[in-house]
Design a protein around this ligand. Structure first.
Ligand code: 5FU
Length: 273
């Protein structure tokens, strides 16, 4: 089962190139922390990423919440994403655009490859809802295959928010979709609240989990927080996604280190069992 194997050993055998690279970074940097840099000012984002780059394995963006200067939007988006890529090389982390694609295959191809954001050109990882059926994965994979760099997809098996419709049978059907051999080298894992799959030979899905805080709680808009110990130690998730807990803190570097350390210790405890 993936949950008791080390990230290092999984980095040798993971079926996706993006997954192997991510697991290798996690093992080398001793971090399973993903920063969700949910800020709307591009300069503030870059400043935060420069500070926090050494502590994270993955940077999660919402490119469409960023307020780029309107007159030069396209060029400023390009220069911003180029800077993010430079920082990702400098500090060894990957980039995950949390786009949550949810349309038919043909439309998501345009959304992934084109528009003003050109997500496929700079994001190593993105995600999609399974609700449209397998055509969404096929569409995204065709774009990814044309990029010439490792590209990975996460499917949303469930969400962290109260009352979400994921989990249960929806999650089982999403897992069945992910298992199709056609995209074995592309679907690298899930957004989920606990370990998913792992029951089939050679299967290893990386589970990334938002809704993580230093204490259990919520945000008044449906978000539900669990601790790193619950998420990684008890429930077998791999990557902890933290937004406001770090971005909104007075000292983001100090708090990020607390998240990194607690999430890493929870992982070490889990693999030693
Ligand atoms: F898929 C999901 C989900 O189920 N819950 C989430 O919270 C994604 N998210 C994202 O993780 C959400 O859009 C935010 O970008 C981030 C969590 O931010 P927080 O500030 O740590 O609550």
């Amino acid at each position: 089962m993936p949950s008791t194997q080390t990230y290092e050993s999984r980095s040798q055998t993971h079926p996706t190139a993006a997954g192997r690279k991510l697991l290798q970074i996690m093992a080398q940097k001793r971090t399973n922390l993903c920063l969700s840099v949910d800020h709307t000012d591009p300069e503030k984002i870059l400043a935060l990423v420069r500070q926090l780059g050494p502590k994270i394995c993955l940077l999660k963006t919402h490119i469409d919440i960023i307020a780029f200067p309107p007159t030069t939007a396209a060029s400023s988006i390009k220069s911003f994403t180029t800077k993010l890529q430079e920082l990702s090389r400098e500090h060894a982390f990957m980039i995950f655009e949390d786009r949550k694609f949810a349309d038919i295959g043909s439309t998501v191809q345009h959304q992934y490859r084109g528009g003003v954001y050109e997500i496929a050109s700079w994001a190593d990882i993105t995600n999609a809802h399974a609700v449209p059926g397998p055509g969404i994965i096929r569409g995204l994979k065709e774009v990814a295959d044309g990029i010439g760099q490792p590209r990975g997809l996460l499917l949303l098996a469930e969400m962290s928010s109260k009352g979400n419709l994921g989990g249960g049978e929806y999650q089982q059907r999403t897992l069945a979709m992910a298992r199709d051999r056609e995209w074995r080298g592309f679907v690298m894992g899930f957004i989920a609240m606990k370990e998913v799959g792992g029951g089939e030979e050679g299967e290893d899905f990386i589970v990334m989990t938002p809704g993580v805080g230093l204490q259990v709680g919520g945000d008044g808009l449906g978000q539900q927080y669990r601790t790193p110990e619950e998420v990684v130690g008890r429930d077998g998730c791999d990557v902890v996604i933290v937004g406001r807990g770090i971005v909104g803190a007075d000292d983001p570097v100090a708090i990020a280190e607390v998240y990194r350390e607690r999430s890493w210790r929870a992982y070490e405890g889990r693999v030693k069992k």
